[in-house]
Design a protein around this ligand. Sequence first.
Ligand SMILES: Nc1nc2c(ncn2[C@@H]2O[C@H](COP(=O)(O)OP(=O)(O)OP(=O)(O)O)[C@@H](O)[C@H]2O)c(=O)[nH]1
Ligand SMILES: [Mg+2]
Length: 156
Amino acid sequence: MGKITLPSTILQFWDLGGQRDIRLIWPRYYDDCHAVAYVVDATDRDRLVEGWEVFENVLSAPQILGVPLLLLANKQDVPGSLSVEEIRNHYEEWFQRRQREHAAELGPMSPTSEVPTAERMASLNVQGISAIEGTGVRDAVNWLFIRVQNSRRRDS
Ligand SMILES: Nc1nc2c(ncn2[C@@H]2O[C@H](COP(=O)(O)OP(=O)(O)OP(=O)(O)O)[C@@H](O)[C@H]2O)c(=O)[nH]1
Ligand SMILES: [Mg+2]
């Protein structure tokens, strides 16, 4: 757990590990969650899809509805890592494909509870960071600070 004190606000961060077993305890944090910062490894193309599936699972929780979403493309210091734009496009393409597959499974007549792609992408801020070099971290914290302050869940 980490704490960052800013004027009039203390941001409290919980670093939840991404390993399969540890993901099971994530939902215990949802009730007190005012923002989600989801970190992906921008050098590991092979695991991005797994990352999107897990992310989608988080976003499907009712407590997460409407909270600010920050997607962080980590390891920007590594040459050849995917850029913010590439990460955003990769996620959007994955999301669109998934929506199409769900729609096909349910059939044309069924009412859809799917989130429109444009709405999901608009709700998402993607930023690049290097956790090792610290680049982008300040920008990420600033964004969270502003969004959490303006969030309707601040009183909860
Ligand atoms: N080059 C580079 N390596 C990084 C960066 N961030 C993390 N790493 C390396 O990636 C590996 C995994 O880092 P961790 O901090 O253990 O990753 P994690 O996401 O916290 O892992 P879990 O807690 O298991 O989910 C380590 O070898 C880190 O040194 C970065 O920004 N740049
Ligand atoms: Mg960790």
